[in-house]
Design a protein around this ligand. Structure first.
Ligand code: GAR
Length: 197
């Protein structure tokens, strides 16, 4: 690990497929040469997140900080900040990180923290985005990469991908269609962020 590079720390809670696609894009596109950037560490708040073994397979430093061991959201976020800051990150990437963040945490990483949300924001913030899009009769759905601000799933939009909602879609089938686009969208949005940084 090169200590002079722009470190990117990725936070996950689940399967980590976005994380893996970002790492693969970084390697394929040589972000270390083009942007002097490297994926420094993957951190999960869930000890059993599948993404942790994926991070292992990809040869990435990874750590668990189990939110269930903390008495309050503030205490967890304060410890998480310490873990992240060991890497002095240029960018923090939320990739399926299923936590509501405290204002202090968001403020600390203001302007250098991105999130991907599985809807066309500002529609359908929060959970169950795909079922809600189907129930609302939406003809299109998608995903949004945005800068993180204190209000959940708000903040300047950096990139969006649109997919059709088709007859007979279930939340699962729509989620799979959206996720396949997330895998292209998030690496692209991060690359564009690095180009501007
Ligand atoms: C992705 O669909 C992402 O958009 C969503 O969780 C999934 C994570 O998949 N994020 C949120 O819902 C955040 N509110 P992954 O772990 O395979 O990348």
């Amino acid at each position: 690990m090169d200590s002079h590079k722009k470190n990117i720390v990725i936070l996950i809670s689940g399967s980590g497929s976005n994380m893996a696609c970002i790492v693969q894009a970084a390697r394929r596109e040589q972000w270390h040469k083009r942007f002097d950037a490297q994926i420094a560490c993957v951190i999960s708040n869930r000890p059993n997140a599948e993404g942790l073994s994926l991070a292992d397979k990809l040869g990435l430093a990874n750590q668990v900080l189990d939110h269930q061991l903390f008495a309050s959201r503030q205490a967890f976020d304060a410890e998480l900040m310490q873990l992240i800051d060991r890497w002095q990150p240029a960018l923090v990437v939320l990739a399926g990180f299923m936590r509501i963040l405290t204002p202090d945490f968001v403020e600390h990483y203001a302007g250098r923290m991105l999130n991907i949300h599985p809807s066309l924001l500002p529609a359908f913030t929060g959970l169950h985005t795909h079922q809600r899009a189907i129930d609302a009769g939406c003809k299109v759905a998608g995903a949004t990469v945005h800068q993180v601000v204190a209000e959940l799933d708000h903040g300047p939009i950096l990139a969006q991908a649109v997919v059709p909602v088709v007859a007979g879609d279930t939340a699962q089938s729509l989620a799979a269609r959206v996720l396949s686009q997330e895998h292209l969208l998030y690496p692209k949005a991060i690359r564009e962020w690095l180009e501007r940084a």
